[in-house]
Design a binder for this molecule. Structure first.
Ligand SMILES: [Zn+2]
Length: 401
């Protein structure tokens, strides 16, 4: 298959170091064509990746979600009795719904030195490069195994990879390090913040607003808690803890949704809001959550004195660990060598790297493409980035042979 080319951009491409191989671009085109939006099944994608790797002698482990609509693939090429290197990526992409795309997001389009399509940057190009090089990994006598870890539901909270990581306890030998190929423009990321997402429900008691002493105003209770979170953010911003490697250099606290009440003259019986902490890896997010819970407790006596059924509940529906890999850790040293870029950086967005790190596998994030193009209409990756990613994996191949 060839990528569709804009007439304006047609003509032979100059052969240079900035050009990836035809196999890599073809594989990107194959992967983009699977619509793996997080709310859909990813089984077509996983079957394709599994078949490709099986043909090259890989041993496969699959883990599924409860409905068996989605799967993670963990595949190994090389001597499985030794600690190997994991190349990890998520198969899912964010929705294109409501976005204004110039062309079909699931048909790769080449224009100039860019490849357009949903997932080109985030992060099917990295997976495609790994798959395109699988035959070469298989043809070598590897000193240690290469593992391919492709997960589902990353975009909605690193859901799938948790099962994949749990399943690794079934391996004879644990991997020695992991590279997560999220788009970092091939910079080596050794740290990212953790994240906890929480839904809070305030149950009050309704009534006529003229008789507000007989009700429990859920909107006002929620407002007290939102104000508490805001004060917490102000304190953290002023007093830390700080890590200058991050922008901003402290844990962030944010309320993003709130809903409550039915009419001005009715005491609201219910108010729900959602908030998140994005914590420095060294900042224990459970302490912050405990602070809020204890504040909520302090509001309870007054609520209960009006109505015994009143209450506040928290649903901590997603917690993703931060990534905190030392600069001289084996994973960081290797990734710096392979990328030819000695600098390391930290980022504020979360990835599944934190979960591998938390499971005791030294991990860095390093992959082609830019996060600035991720999640946007007309998402693209520069060909030069694809070529750099390919060079990185070829150097890895040499290193492992
Ligand atoms: Zn991603």
């Amino acid at each position: 298959m060839m990528a569709r080319t804009d007439p304006a951009a047609s003509g032979p491409l100059p052969q240079s170091a900035a050009q990836p191989s035809a196999q890599s671009v073809e594989m990107i085109e194959r992967l983009i064509a699977f619509d793996t939006t997080s709310y859909k099944s990813n089984l077509g994608f996983i079957d394709f990746a599994a078949d490709t790797l099986r043909r090259h002698g890989a041993t496969l482990r699959l883990t599924h979600d409860d409905e068996r609509r989605k799967a993670n693939l963990f595949a190994t090429i090389g001597p499985a009795d030794r600690p190997g290197i994991v190349l990890s990526g998520h198969s899912d992409v964010v929705p294109v719904d409501g976005q204004d795309w110039t062309s079909d997001p699931f048909a790769l389009r080449r224009a100039g030195d860019r490849l357009f399509g949903r997932g080109t940057a985030d992060m099917k190009s990295f997976i495609a490069l790994a798959l395109a090089l699988a035959p070469e990994f298989a043809a070598r006598r590897l000193a240690v195994p290469i593992h391919f870890a492709f997960s589902y539901d990353e975009e909605i909270g690193c859901i799938g990879v948790r099962r994949l990581i749990d399943d690794l306890s079934g391996l004879a030998v644990r991997p020695k390090l992991c590279i997560v190929g999220e788009p970092t423009e091939m910079k080596v990321i050794i740290g990212h913040k953790g994240k906890k997402s929480v839904r809070c429900q305030v149950h009050g008691k309704d009534g006529h607003s003229a008789l507000n002493h007989l009700g429990v105003n859920a909107v006002e209770i929620a407002a007290d808690m939102v104000a508490f979170l805001r004060a917490m953010q102000r304190r953290i911003r002023e007093k830390g803890p700080f890590d200058p490697g991050y922008d901003p250099p402290y844990t962030t606290v944010h309320t993003g949704l709130i809903q409550g009440g039915t009419a001005l003259n009715i005491i609201p019986a219910r108010c729900d809001f959602e908030f998140e902490f994005r914590n420095l890896p060294s900042h224990d997010v459970e302490d912050l959550m405990a602070e809020l819970r204890s504040f909520a407790q302090s509001l309870m006596p007054e609520m209960l004195s009006v109505d015994e059924a009143a209450g506040i509940t928290f649903d901590e529906y997603n917690t993703t660990a931060g990534l905190d890999t030392a600069e001289d850790d084996e994973a960081a040293v290797l990734a710096r060598q392979l990328s030819g870029n000695n600098d390391v950086a930290k980022v504020s967005f979360t990835t599944e790297a934190g979960l591998f790190h938390n499971a005791g596998i030294p991990t860095v994030v390093c992959g082609p493409g830019s996060i600035r193009q991720a999640h946007r209409p007309d998402e693209y990756i520069a060909l030069e980035q694809v070529a750099e990613g390919e060079r990185f994996l070829r150097r890895l191949l040499e290193h492992m042979s």
